[in-house]
Structure formats: C-alpha cells, structure tokens
Design a protein around this ligand. Structure first.
Ligand SMILES: [Zn+2]
Length: 241
C-alpha cells in the first residue's frame, strides 16, 4: 500500500541513480534526514525543475514505496539559494555545513530545531550582505550542534559547572565538550579573551563583525569538538553518511 505525506525539506545531497533517477538526501522539517528516490529525476526536468540540487529548499511530496527507500513524487522549489554560487567563500561555508548535517543528523534527530537552524543558516549564507561569512558559519555550527543535542559548553566549566568569567582567556577541551577552568585541569586549547567572548556571543546570535584570528580559533576548537562528538560517534555505529 502506498502512503503519501508532504514535508518541507532542504536538499543535502543528490546523486544520479541508474539511467534516469536521482537519489536525494533530505533534511526534513518533521522527519529528520531521509533518503528518497526521484523516479525520472534526471530526465523529467519539468517535475523536479531545480529542486534536486544541494541547498535547495522545497516542499516535497513523498510516498512509501515497496522497498526501504522513500519515493519523491513531487517537489515545489521554494528557494534554490543561488546566491551561494556567486561567492566561493559562501559556497564553501554552506558545503561544510551540509557535510556536518550529513554526518550528524539522523532520523531520530527530528523536530523543528535542526531544520530551522540549517535552513536559516543556508539562507543567510546565500544572502549577499555585510555579514562576515565565517561569523555566520560559527553561529550556524553552534546552532546545528545544539539541535543534534550536542551543546558546546561555553559559559560554564564542563568540570565543576562554575560560570566562566567573561572577558578573560579560557581553556577549551574538545573531548570534554567545552571550556574548563584551571582548577578542573584546563584544556589543550587556550582561547584568548576576544575569541572566548565571540564564541559565547555566537552561541546566542549571529555576530556582524569579528576578527579573523578569533574566528579561526573558534572554528578550530569546533573542528576538534566535532571530530570527537560527531565523526567518532558516527563511526561507532550511528547513521553517519
Ligand atoms: Zn571547573
């Protein structure tokens, strides 16, 4: 029996399947990430016009087929986010974000939060504007990790839970998941005061401007955090892609 349903979705990845079909990875608003086959997706330009490309935001109609894979029966393209193609830095940042989503999102990570974080980040990156791309990316990474259930502890020591004073340099421990005060042993990365406050601010909102040095520091800290909490977790048997 065929059961149909509709959902808003962001295309994370798409690849040809056979002569005429397309296999698409979608982050959906209600169902976490799903994989679906668009029958005739390579040939029927009319039905799927522009909708089977990474970064596309769409309304998707899906059906449960006979096999395990869902079938994408119809799409309405809402926003292809073409602005990303105009600027290499924006495209690269958005691509890294999709990679994180493919690695960390699962069918269980449903709920609106992840979809909202990811789709608003992609739209923001696609908008030409004054905002520093790496600053948008920092805010987006923190929001996506939080939606995965991986809150990076930036205001409280992961050891004792004490508030970490702002405007001061602080140790960061990627494996323990955030900042660590000196009595609790510190950590392998020392964030200078400006990098620490940028980190905290970016966990609440997207900042407009930040020093490249501090953005680099915070992104490096998150690279290590993700390596431990997303990539390894994926390798330990979750649904990493
Ligand atoms: Zn502590």
């Amino acid at each position: 029996m065929t059961v149909g349903f509709s959902t808003r979705a962001l295309v994370l990845r798409a690849r040809p399947l056979g002569e005429s079909d397309v296999l698409a990875w979608l982050l959906t608003k209600e169902y976490g990430t799903i994989r679906a086959v668009a029958k005739g997706g390579r040939t029927s330009r009319k039905r799927f016009r522009g909708a089977l490309e990474p970064f596309a935001l769409l309304d998707a109609s899906l059906e449960n087929g006979r096999g395990e894979l869902l079938r994408l029966s119809e799409t309405t393209l809402l926003d292809p986010h073409l602005g990303l193609a105009m600027d290499l830095a924006r495209l690269e940042a958005a691509t890294r974000l999709l990679r994180l989503l493919l690695r960390g999102a699962s069918e269980e990570s449903c709920g609106n939060a992840l979809f909202e974080a990811a789709s608003s980040a992609v739209s923001r990156l696609a908008e030409p504007g004054q905002t520093a791309v790496r600053a948008v990316e920092l805010w987006a990474r923190l929001a996506v990790l939080r939606a995965f259930g991986l809150e990076v502890s930036l205001e409280r020591c992961v050891g004792c839970g004490a508030n970490v004073p702002t405007q001061r340099k602080v140790f960061f421990h990627p494996v323990r998941g955030g900042v660590v005060c000196t009595p609790c042993g510190g950590g392998p990365l020392l964030l200078r005061a400006e990098a620490a406050s940028l980190f905290v601010e970016s966990s609440h909102r997207c900042v407009d401007i930040a020093a490249a040095q501090d953005l680099d520091t915070d992104h490096r800290a998150l690279d290590d955090f993700e390596q431990w909490h997303v990539v390894r977790r994926g390798k330990d048997g979750q649904t990493g892609a």
